[in-house]
Design a protein around this ligand. Sequence first.
Ligand code: UT7
Length: 333
Amino acid sequence: MKTSMLQGAKIVSTGSATPSIKVSNEQISSIVETSDEWIFTRTGIKERRILTEYGHSVTNLAVEAALQAITEVSMNPADIDLLILATSSPNDLFGSASSVQNQIGAINALAFDLTAACSGFVIGLVTAAQFIFNGTYKNVLVIGADVLSKWVDWSDRSTCILFGDAAGAVILQSCSINSNSILNFHLKTDGNYTDYLSIAYKENLTPHPILNLYQGSFKYISMNGKEVYKFAVSQVPLSIISCLKDIKMSINDIDWLLLHQANERILIAVAEKLAISRDKIISNLSEYGNTSAASIPLALNEVVKLNKISNDDIIVIAGFGAGLTWGTIILRW
Ligand code: UT7
């Protein structure tokens, strides 16, 4: 992290939201040829939440999570300077952040979407931190929210078992440099593998009859699960090691490992590669599945609300996914 800092940044509150409708592995087994046993042993997932209300979208979950974080610190929404909505499932391709801004009354906040799939929250938090470090803003609301249930092909057993809908939010606030909690970050993209995980825009085969222009529409999620798995277990440990090394920290300094909740086997494999004991892994996959950009702030909010995290604990956060893009943040709580 090569940043000239005028101010430090720290997370002062968290929030999350999930739809009430639970879908169990048994229910999925009635839709596609699979079983609770296969899903649980390969992924660690037991159930996921899906947004079923007509007219509801990612903004409903994002608003609920944001209001929870705002209420927790009794903040006036008008004091939020910037709102970043990390999502890859907006309900408006021009962006959904402005709708969230309007609904929560963050009237003074610049609001924009950030599209980086499962790494969206990590990149959103790093982006927010830059605006705080350089003194531009004091209060930034970062939301990770996705409703991939709307983008999944429910007849494709290789993907539909994995995803769930959720939102998580944090308020990142300026503080003295000595109290800064974003100790370091490391972000990477390898566009060679963009096809491994995508929701592609596909053009129609026939063009517009007069303009000769090809229009189309977005298709369902497609994923090369095996390759994404291999990428995650090889690159995430390297990213974490390099991030720690930069600031002369070691694996022994880590109190909590908070990875993107994609697959329990990935969490365990990464922890084993780094020789981090399993009781330091934060996981809520069994209840929520892979909630994309929401997975890290959702799990963070859960452990914070359970008072598991103590002051000064070192949390290593790492996201990975489509792009392929991945990244680590070292956080002092
Ligand atoms: O959030 C973004 C990041 N995403 C990820 O990190 C996902 C990473 N990948 C994974 O988590 C895993 O690759 C999966 C959970 C998606 C798949 O697990 P896998 O152990 O890699 O299974 P596979 O794709 O190699 O499939 C093994 C077998 C195949 O059958 P054959 O060819 O061996 O006869 C599949 O057809 O399992 C079959 N299969 C299923 N069987 C029952 C695939 N999906 C299912 C299913 N139920 N749902």
